[in-house]
Write a protein that binds this ligand. Structure first.
Ligand SMILES: C[S@@+](CC[C@H](N)C(=O)[O-])C[C@H]1O[C@@H](n2cnc3c(N)ncnc32)[C@H](O)[C@@H]1O
Length: 218
């Protein structure tokens, strides 16, 4: 799959997939979007002592890297991320996300990508990572999670990721009071989350970006 690097409005990069006419992040600001939706609205709202996070769509590793940065403030995170199509190394090497973090964290973007697939790996004192090269659609999820970062491509581009079956499976693997966050605010997805059992909130989107995002609480 061909991908092209593109700079978004906050100066951070994303990838464009011409074949799908789809981006990996918001073109209004990749970093701003990830921090707002997944870190502040998702991770930071979890009451878990050591949150277990499940990400759907590892992609560039931006969400993983920002989660590591948050974990290094002192709360350990166990981060599992699913990816069907791992990106080639030459693309990852060109991503410049380390420009936006404290210099002490710079080596960890590479470390996240060098971590082995399909096994747990401790990247820093507070960040445990398990990247799974797998397809979410047939996957049976046995473990429980406190937070879900649902970062699949948009429903109109990848409808098979946004079905009642998938959302039900995601609901089932959350702990009570577990948090589901996504950038998608479509009514049909909100109703799907409610039907699965979530209490759903429509929350403000990232500054300069989408008007609304969704958070579901189990
Ligand atoms: C919007 S991008 C995720 C961006 C990513 N979270 C980041 O920080 O760069 C969606 C990701 O989902 C992955 N994906 C697509 N279909 C999938 C599937 N069936 N199972 C798991 N991952 C899938 C894509 O390859 C892509 O990396």
């Amino acid at each position: 799959m061909e991908v092209r690097i593109q700079t978004t409005d906050d100066g951070s990069q994303t990838l464009f997939v011409p074949q799908m006419d789809e981006h990996y992040h918001s073109v209004k600001g990749a970093l701003t979007e990830s921090l707002h939706i997944f870190i502040r609205t998702g991770l930071n709202e979890s009451k878990a002592t050591e949150p277990r996070v499940l990400e759907v769509g590892f992609g560039t590793g931006l969400n993983a890297f920002l989660t590591l940065a948050e974990a290094e403030k002192g709360r350990t995170v166990h981060f599992t991320s699913l990816e069907k199509y791992p990106l080639p190394h030459d693309i990852i090497e060109k991503m410049e996300y380390t420009r936006f973090v404290d210099s002490s964290l710079v080596p960890y973007y590479k470390a996240i990508h060098q971590a082995p697939w399909n096994t747990w790996h401790q990247v820093t004192p507070h960040f445990h990572l398990r990247k799974m090269e797998t397809d979410l659609t047939p996957l049976v999820i046995k473990e429980k999670y406190d937070v879900i970062y649902f970062d699949a491509f948009a429903p109109e581009k990848q409808p098979e990721m946004w079905t009642p079956e998938i959302i039900g499976k995601i609901y089932d693997c959350l702990t009570p009071n577990g948090i589901f966050v996504t950038y998608c605010a479509k009514g049909v997805i909100r109703r799907m989350l409610q039907s699965a059992g979530f209490t759903v909130e429509r929350l403000p989107g990232p500054p300069g970006g989408k008007r609304e995002i969704l958070r579901g609480i189990k």
